[in-house]
Design a binder for this molecule. Sequence first.
Ligand SMILES: Cc1cc2nc3c(=O)[nH]c(=O)nc-3n(C[C@H](O)[C@H](O)[C@H](O)COP(=O)(O)O)c2cc1C
Length: 139
Amino acid sequence: MKIAIRYFTKSKKGNTKKIADFVSEKLGVEALDLTNALTEKAETLFLINAMYAADVDKEVKEFLKANKENIGELVNVNSSASGSSTYKAVKKVADANGIAMSEKEFHTPASWIFINKGRPNEEDFKRLEEFLKQFKEAE
Ligand SMILES: Cc1cc2nc3c(=O)[nH]c(=O)nc-3n(C[C@H](O)[C@H](O)[C@H](O)COP(=O)(O)O)c2cc1C
């Protein structure tokens, strides 16, 4: 398997699911939640996540630990209200588990309560589409 997509969100139809569906459509690979273990090695794993309480959640930590043998390289795709990326928090978990993490990442500011209404918006998805092109071209 060249590419796998997994996402973690606390919201059923929120920003992360929208982003995961977009990535899935652009790469032609199904996006599954973290209850779906990697059954074979993925050269590139897109981990689509969001910042909750300034950290990554235990589900993400547990998934990475349990699936580390099947992750070639991890690509972080994430959103937050503050505009800060989850990269550092995810990298810490990746490092602890010996998982290679790509320096390439996608982050977008996203809506939360009254902040960043309407985001990710059309422009954000355009940026995401551009970001994904490099992985299609590398196939
Ligand atoms: C419970 C909760 C806690 C959050 N904590 C933070 C935070 O600490 N920092 C931040 O920048 N955004 C925070 N956010 C905003 C989310 O990162 C942002 O809304 C993200 O797009 C949520 O994705 P979702 O719609 O898939 O849940 C929080 C959102 C929720 C629901």
